[in-house]
Design a protein around this ligand. Sequence first.
Ligand code: DAH
Length: 335
Amino acid sequence: MEEKLLNLKEKLSTELSVATKEADVLNIKSMYVGKKSEIQDILSSLKDMSVDDKRKYGSLINNTKKEMEEMVNKKLEELENKTTVTFDDTLDYDVNIGSLHPITIVAKEVTDILKRMGFTIVSGPEMESDYYNFEALNIPKDHPARDMQDTYYLDNGMLLRTQTSDNQVHAMEKYGAPLRVCAPGRTFRNEDIDACHENTFFQLEGMVIDEGISIGNLMYVMQQVLSEVLKQEVKVRLRPGFFPFTEPSYEMDINCTICGGKGCPTCKNSGWIELIPGGMVHPNVLKAGGIDPEKYNGFAFGIGLTRLAMMKYKISDIRVLNSGDIRYLEQFKIN
Ligand code: DAH
């Protein structure tokens, strides 16, 4: 019996010494100390032994089994320690800290100002229905205003929103009146790309609905936003505009900060950049949003966020903004 037990231990020891994987050790474990192992059989046979033999071999068999289990566990521990990955944190490597994109910075600045004025930030889908992007905004299918926005229509009957104004009726349906919302977001148009046109750009829609709102409220908001974001002396001009979803409508232009108003490719040589169109919300749009135009009125505006970033940072070519060129974007690191 002694020899048999010794043999078992030796066989186990040899097998463990060549095992390199945890799975192999677990197999060995079940073979040598598992329920159907030889040592288990020997243990079970104890009960049929004579009292003498029981006395003689009882503790030897039990101890052998314990030792064999310990051998297996030791091997498992060894393997575990070997596979632990260690990092050398003394290595000197170059950590390149990223930066916020200029449009992200400007969007945050504008939304921070508007939040202080009680605006809620909302966001709508970039893949939008014709209804929210056009029809609900008083722009029916055959309206010539659609020509101003060369639209990407999708095979599934939807479109890529051409303006963040799609948020207007979504917001009215969701929140009702009174209402103060702003919606920054990405917009898409099939543009001929040049220094000041891109097919993908950012806008920020703003909308206030309440009783007795006037254009004076809108002017105040514009003034606050522009002076806080641009932090520089800039000339703005207001002129009549046309949008089917506002009446009256206007355009707010900013004197081009790149050329100082002299004329350059960024401002198409006009000296001015169209920055914030807006107006008083058309009654048809209020009705589309389920709001009674006899009781409520309001204003809306659409800040060209991409252009605002260009004017703030004097970026002369819109194309760099979507380029992902880190060398360029790095300049806007804010700490
Ligand atoms: N969505 C318009 C555009 O992209 C801009 C605009 C005009 C937004 C008037 C407004 C608005 O909210 O009232 O051309």
